[in-house]
Design a protein around this ligand. Sequence first.
Ligand SMILES: [Zn+2]
Length: 448
Amino acid sequence: MSIIKKIIYTSKFIKLFKNIMAAFIIVVSSFAMTASVCASLADWQLPADISPLQIDLPKVELSSEFYFLGEKIEFKNKPYIATGRIYLPLSETVSAFGGEYSEDSYGVNIKLNNSEFYISKQNDDSFPKRFLTVNSQEYISMFSLLENSVYEPVFYSIQNKVEIWYSGDGCVKSSLADGDKHSAYLRLEDIMADGIDPLGYYDDIGLEKLRAISDYLYKNSQKFYIAWIPLYKNPSSNIENSLTKNFNLYNASFLYTLDYLVKNGGKIGIHGYTHQYGNEKSADGYEFDSKMPFSDIECINRMLEAKKVARDLGYEVSFFEFPHYGATSDTLRYAEKYYDVIYQQECSVKSKGYIVDWTRANGKKIKYVPTPADYILNIYDVDNMKARIDNCLNTNQIVSLFYHPRIDFQVMYIKNENNVRTCYVPDNSAVYRIVEKVLSKNLSFNYF
Ligand SMILES: [Zn+2]
């Protein structure tokens, strides 16, 4: 072989070697990329579900002032917040209300304003408790006391006071409410403790209106679901409002409202942990879609953290709903592991518009509940929603929809006259008109 030939062969060999190396690097680096993008966890790698044991949240003294029918109550024993709820000293409160009580080892009999009711002490070991003892003083939860009475609280978080007035009735019962009807489904969307943010909807007045909407639904025998965002965040204003860490009057009024909604037939579900990522505020952003900045384990931890908040506040969780229905096949699979009901359309075309029950390979049963009637965009969109309800019926899909109660706030109003507090749900509100529509079709909002 001539020298020239040898040089040519050698350079060809170097070129070939370089190409092989380049190809090898591409293969290795693309494998590494695939590994980092698709680091989804197999079923057997998923962390265990949360333990059912509740954390006993700290008890803190509440400095707020309380007024009964305009008169300030001078408590010797300060009210407390425990499990995020307000507890009032039993003896002092009943006497400030002009009532009396007697107790035995089973419970407390209370006489207030010509009404008499008994609050049991039996089975009072699950949160939130009806009674509490602090420094050998007996306390009663404000919710337990008022839910049986003719009174209701009005919260003033900024002024740090609570006023108690007679409760007026601002809801009209529909004449169509009774009788056997087929099921429809209603979800109250994006319920969150955002009232500490000036941009929030659920301030004291918003929460009062939300309670009145639930009164309207209850009065008309309409069941509903509550899509709750457990942790409200607005990073650009540096706000993160934890209901299990920040014990103040606003958060207590939010939990009073959630308890009230549950009492009125609402079932709570987890609607993300914060319903945002990055700089977005809660309810604006996605959380578990393909663009989420979280690793898979971080995503799973958020699903579990949300459940822990519900557990520590004593709420039963009825479903999981992805923010804006944004999910990937992996995040869906994770949600299926930790929740029994996913409130969105199941992916297969065959199931469009239907509730789907299926069993995973490991035996876990999952229910998917879609909302083919979509949602009421604003108060002017009610006629469109009525048309969508008709369309669901005409196409044999379930009548299932969601609605942001805040869209009704602009037409609702509150009066405080002669010691009576009344929050009205007028007949031009979205909730009123949609319930009327559903009842007129021989349907009734129910549980699935
Ligand atoms: Zn949402």
